[in-house]
Design a protein around this ligand. Sequence first.
Ligand code: ADP
Ligand code: MG
Length: 617
Amino acid sequence: MVTMNQEIKQLYARIELLEKENKASAEIIRDLSPSQCMFTQSKDGILIFDHNDKIVDANPAFCESIKMDKSAMIGQYLSNIVPINKHFKPGKQREILKHKDNVRGILSIHIGKKTKDFHFTTSILDKSGLYMCTLRDITSKRLLEKKVKKNEELYTDLFIEALDGIIFWRGSGEILNANEAACRIFECTHDELLHKRLDDFVYEKNERYHRILKELFAKGGIRDELVFLMPNGQIKSLEFTVKLNSVEGYHMTIFRNVSERHRMEKELRESELKFRRIFEGALEGIFLWNDHYQIVDINQSGQKMLQMSKDELIGVSLHSILNDCNITDDELKQQINSIQNDGHSGGSLSITLKTGRKKHFEFSNKLNVFSNLSMTTFKDITEKLEMEEQLRKSDTLNVIGELAAGIAHEIRNPMTALKGFIQLLEDSIEEDHTMYFNVITTELSRIDSIITEFLILAKPQAVKFLEKDLAQIMKETVDLLSAQAVLHNVQFRTYYEKNLPLVFCESNQMKKVFINIIKNAIEVMPKGGYITISLQNTRDNKLHISIRDEGSGIPGHKIKKLGEPFYTTKERGTGLGLMVTYKIIEEHNGTIEVESKLGAGTVFHIYLPYIKKAGKQ
Ligand code: ADP
Ligand code: MG
């Protein structure tokens, strides 16, 4: 039986217990409130979940960081919000938490298109049987770390792998660090370098060195070049860039070995010089031309041969030089194409120079000798050709001359008899045969003229050479032929240079020369025109006589035939006039050149040497 007292006693005990419980609860609450405060105020996200992985609570920081409402989150399974990746497995975490205070790790959550990285710590929320996970957003920190790491790697790569030597130094040149390239340049191991000072290597601490130092400290940086002496005795020219205080108070110098470059530059200069010497010294003309067939360079011999200066020639196209000669555009193209096909070609061609002189050249081309330039070497073969031509002509002339000497007299005597008898016959015949007699007489006089010309060849020794005024002889010739010229409606234009020197010559023969050429000129202008005659002094002590007509001209390949015996294109020509002319000029040590343009006319140039007398002329 329970007494009243006992009941009261039990009641008191119960009250006491309740009071104790109340006190404990108050303590728990007192303990809880700062954590509650921490929960809402924390910058880190906090998630509270139960043993079923269901979310019980989430703090504002977490809601904000994954952009989700707390109400939408509560009651959801963790896996719907936080990906259960290899770092975040609640089941495993619970296992671990049985004997550890907390579990830490890193996890990534995809929020929209972005991914955020969190550092998480899971622990048991005491007594309640709940779990608390704090998540710290480390996205930007990780990004920054990554960037720093990348930069560091880049820097290391640059430093180590750089082809240029990089040296960090401080104070007055103590080397702190150097990369491999620097070790190679300074012919030292890394350790050896670290015990040295930069200026230990400077070959000569000369004025230049001091100037560089001065400028460096004045400007904080410099780029220059100096000669350095390596411990193994090697001397190197190094180009360098110095920057003071480039990294954390250290100075940085980047070195590059330019000795090789200098050596190559020197070699290049030397080989260029060698090329120049050969190029300029060559007896043959050499020019270089580019893809557009423009002359890029020409040597001295070339300028002399073409009688043009470098300035006049550079940039000029090959066409415009060659256009002067008798090559048509098509022929020219063909020639250039044939060059392109085999890379190496040659030939010969004629060019009329500025001075009007026609020159013959032999040339050889080599395509793409270097850097898209092609090279042509050429040689003036005018004299050689002329000599060959003269030799050929004079051979025939000699034969004719010998023949002439024998035959001329034999023919002349019977001719005189023939002439006399024909006259007698004409007088004695009563019927009118005037036409026949006319034919006979003209044919006879033609034979006579042929023989006269033959005789000139036959007896050169009978002539008398004297110093004569050729202008005077020319004037007389022009007078002599003026009647014939008027008949053909031809007019003379004459230019005589003043004070022309006298020429040692046979005046009758010279007259013969002029007559032959002028007669041809008249004959070639059936419709009339001008014959332009000029006499002038050349620089090389020759008298230059030119006789120009406005006739039909002579085709290029026929010019060679002029002066050959019996070469004539005229129905009643003898083909001996020019032969005699050439022979006479040859005997006077002179030369003849023929310049002709079809349809425009022909010029005969005669060059006669004279002996220059001191004081006179
Ligand atoms: P020929 O006058 O008797 O024909 P030449 O020896 O004087 O003999 O001339 C030879 C040839 O040279 C002429 O037939 C002519 O074809 C050519 N020739 C000479 N002079 C001229 C000229 N001024 N213009 C054109 N052709 C010429
Ligand atoms: Mg003639």
